[in-house]
Ligand binder design. Structure first.
Ligand code: NAD
Length: 495
């Protein structure tokens, strides 16, 4: 369907693609494999080794050995920083290859991966490498009668399980702080999208990250993922994905008393007051709900629009959504790619059916889309629904290009509608009145409140969730780096 560059063809040629454990490229011990598909065509891209508990055992052991013996944990922040900067430079140098792989495996438009996913991941390695330089590994404690200090030391092997919507970006967001702090990592990428993580491991090897510091076990969630979550050799666990699986991972970690960070789903809202530039907001919200085909945990899925501007905003949004250019991710004019899998498409279509059955009005139909030349791809048309807050589409995470519009009159009403959600990831407030925008932003119950924008990510601004959207940390902030260092006090009585 599309011509791949030689480097990508070569990368995909050695099937089954091997896992990266202890600095070695290896098939799974039991020889199992899985298929990863191109969502834009429905065809198989590659067979990939499918690890199980035995492979997870090898990976965690390799991580433990590297923590104890590779020198990574004992290096100064500067020494580790040199390697992490080299890794970031290699990501930049291989950006076009990574963009091609990510677009092929996830279905996202190449332009999106090039503008955000890949460069932001590289920048995350630089950010945490530099933050480590500014963190004192030991701090004197002024306590009468003692000579004392507090040390900050890495934990050991940290497990990471990632979802399929931003595979490369999330690896960067997840592991960069852990590595910069001196830990070693075991990564389990999503079975639908393992390719860019494997390519990343090649770059890490090239950058001089010591063997065993980064380990990648590809495989299914219920086998490799579950084995990783319950492994007693982990010192920390980070899970990004659905609340349902997050609960299972947290339970497994709890049994081993392994601290766990959960970055889970969302049902982001946008509160739009009548004093905005209606056209600009309609464009921004349409952009948000179609970014990555709506498969974005924090995106604006519920639009709460003040009554006076409801009709014009909806009219503009319907026109913009209807005009989106849907197509294959590699085509330069594609604005909206396919969903990641047939399973995800079925989930989105099912939600649309349920929502309508429960009384939602379809302002824009949505449904299966057929893209000429790509008839077997997993495309869906954008949809816009309207109705009350009790509808399933207003409450649950759909994870597709489907937005739900509601009206409100008073500020308090909008706040109650948003805070009534079981989730708590991210919301936005749109208003020409900065005082009102700030007041509302502060009163929203979620990890992130954005003003006159949605989907804002910057290094130094923590991004995380509460309630069903997660707990135990977040990413992108200084606190995230600190999460990967444990405190140890050293004291001597001065008698
Ligand atoms: P998912 O929970 O189905 O899977 C996520 C990962 O968990 C995959 O690697 C999967 O293989 C693994 N897994 C599945 N079953 C497992 C088990 N029993 N034990 C251990 N691991 C298991 O999620 P998904 O469908 O891949 O991703 C979509 C979800 O991720 C959405 O809810 C989305 O909102 C969320 N998400 C959250 C963030 C965030 O930062 N908060 C970012 C991206 C995605």
């Amino acid at each position: 369907m599309t011509t791949l560059r030689a480097e990508v063809t070569e990368f995909l040629a050695a099937q089954p693609l091997k896992m990266y454990l202890g600095g070695r490229w290896t098939e799974s011990l039991h020889g199992a494999t899985l298929e990863t598909r191109d969502p834009g065509t429905g065809s198989v891209i590659a067979r990939v080794s499918a690890g199980d508990a035995a492979d997870v055992e090898r990976a965690v052991r390799a991580g433990a050995v590297a923590f104890a013996q590779s020198g990574w944990a004992a290096m100064t922040a500067k020494e580790r920083g040199v390697i992490l900067h080299r890794l970031a430079d290699l990501i930049d140098q291989h950006q076009e290859i990574l963009v091609e792989i990510e677009s092929l495996d996830v279905g996202k438009p190449r332009a999106q991966a090039a503008a955000f996913d890949v460069p932001h991941a590289a920048a995350t390695f630089r950010y945490y490498a530099d933050l480590a330089l500014r963190t004192q590994p030991a701090e004197p404690l002024v306590v009468s009668g003692f000579e004392a200090r507090r040390m900050l030391v890495p934990y050991g092997v940290c497990g990471f399980i990632f979802p399929w919507n931003f595979p490369f970006l999330l690896v960067g967001w997840g592991i960069a702080p852990a590595l910069a702090a001196g830990n070693t990592v075991v990564i389990k990428p999503a079975e639908d999208t393992p390719l860019s993580t494997l390519y990343f491991a090649k770059l890490a090897e090239q950058a001089g990250v010591p063997a065993g510091v980064i380990n990648v076990v590809t495989g299914l969630g219920e086998t490799a993922g579950a084995a990783l979550a319950r492994h007693p050799g982990l010192k920390r666990m980070s899970f990004t994905g659905s609340p349902e699986v997050g609960r299972q991972v947290a339970e497994a970690c709890g049994r081993n008393l392994v601290p766990v960070k959960l970055e889970l789903g969302g049902k982001g809202a946008a509160i739009v007051f009548e004093d905005v530039d209606i056209e600009a907001v309609a464009t921004a919200l349409v952009g948000a709900i179609t970014l990555n085909a709506g498969q974005v945990c924090c995106t604006a899925t519920r639009w709460l629009v003040q009554r006076k501007i409801y009709d014009p905003l909806v009219k503009l949004a319907v026109a913009a959504l209807s005009g989106m250019r849907m197509g294959y991710g590699a085509n330069p004019d594609t604005q909206l790619g396919p969903l990641v899998s047939e399973k995800q498409r079925a989930r989105v279509l099912d939600y649309l059916d349920q929502g309508v059955k429960e009384g939602a009005k379809l302002l824009l139909d949505g449904g299966t889309a057929v893209v000429q030349g790509y008839e077997e791809g997993y495309y869906v048309k954008p949809a816009l629904l309207a109705g009350g807050p009790g509808n399933v589409c207003a409450k649950e995470e759909i994870f597709g290009p489907v937005a739900y519009v509601m009206t409100f009159d008073a500020e308090q009403e909008a706040l109650e509608l948003v805070n009534g959600s079981a989730y708590g990831l991210a919301n936005s407030v749109w208003s020409g009145d900065p005082e009102r925008a700030n007041r509302v932003a502060e009163r929203l119950t979620a990890g992130n409140s954005w003003i006159n924008a949605h989907n804002l990510f910057a290094h130094g601004i923590p991004y995380g969730g509460c309630n069903l959207s997660g707990c135990g940390g977040g990413v992108l902030g200084e606190d995230t780096f600190r999460d990967y260092l444990r405190a140890q006090s050293i004291a001597r009585p001065l008698a």
